[in-house]
Design a protein. Structure first.
Length: 43
């Protein structure tokens, strides 16, 4: 049986920061792959 798109998106794991691995608070229009702490680091 084919799963509904709503069920598919509910079952996705939480988004994680690509740098530190912490969970990212997702927003509907956010395409970032880093958490706010890692994004604000100065190199």
């Amino acid at each position: 049986m084919i799963m509904s798109s709503t069920e598919f998106f509910r079952n996705l794991p939480p988004k994680e920061c690509a740098k530190c691995g912490d969970k990212i608070d997702e927003m509907h229009d956010c395409y970032s792959h880093k958490c706010t702490e890692c994004e604000s680091e100065i190199y």
